[in-house]
Design a protein around this ligand. Structure first.
Ligand code: CA
Length: 228
């Protein structure tokens, strides 16, 4: 059972989905334009968002972008029309989790929603609440505290956010642009060089030998990979 937000201006479609989700035991709210939908996404902490692309006021693309730039990882399932740019929807630019092309069967949508929710639960459970060992550091992301063997270590908010992002994507290669988008958001326009400077600082904190890093590995021409 999850709290689901449906952002869809076609009332019949929205109501039909709501009935089906409620029948499955979910708690459902509906927003019928992009502006209202974005506001509800940010204030009512839904666990899943069903997001239509063609919406009045703010398009589904921009709603999705705005949600991600606020740093929310809420799973988003996009409702698309045939021919819409699928690669973009799932890519870094928009960051949706899945999409389904209209017209679709309700049964298929419910199955996909179940899969997305399951994936998200695994993802959320993958960061333990207490201290995470990151190289030399122990980091508590809930309280923004970090310690090494000598005691408390001061990290900036951005440094915490970068470590958290790397930890959530451990074993994967993360591009500089991805880090810029996730940590700085698009309003700041920092140079990719900024990311490199932060990584240099973080290596000094977590690596035994910052010149030969074992945890934050450079992937040439792309970005970084975090290894526990
Ligand atoms: Ca629509």
């Amino acid at each position: 059972m999850a709290r689901i937000l449906i952002i869809e201006d076609e009332i019949d479609m929205a109501q039909g989905l709501k009935d089906n989700f409620e029948f499955d035991g979910h708690e459902v709210s509906i927003a019928s334009d992009g502006e209202k939908g974005l506001e509800m996404a940010l204030t009512t902490s839904p666990q899943l968002i069903i997001l239509d692309i063609m919406l009045p006021k703010i398009s589904g693309f921009d709603v999705c972008k705005a949600i991600r730039h606020k740093g929310l990882a809420t799973p988003i399932m996009m409702l698309t029309a045939r021919g819409q740019e699928i690669d973009k929807i799932l890519g870094l630019e928009f960051g949706a989790d899945d999409y389904i092309t209209k017209p679709f069967s309700v049964r298929e949508l419910l199955a996909r929603v179940k899969a997305v929710l399951r994936r998200y639960e695994d993802f959320s459970a993958s960061i333990p609440a207490q201290f995470n060992q990151i190289g030399k550091l122990k980091v508590d992301f809930a309280q923004y505290r970090a310690m090494d063997e000598k005691g408390e270590v001061e990290l900036s908010h951005k440094e915490f956010e970068i470590l958290k992002f790397l930890l959530l994507h451990k074993g994967q290669t993360v591009s500089r642009d991805q880090l810029l988008n996730e940590i700085w958001g698009y309003e700041a326009f920092p140079a990719t060089r900024t990311v490199d400077n932060f990584i240099v600082k973080l290596r000094k904190r977590i690596e035994d030998d910052p010149d030969h890093p074992r945890h934050i590995i450079t992937v040439y021409g792309i970005g970084y990979k975090f290894v526990i």
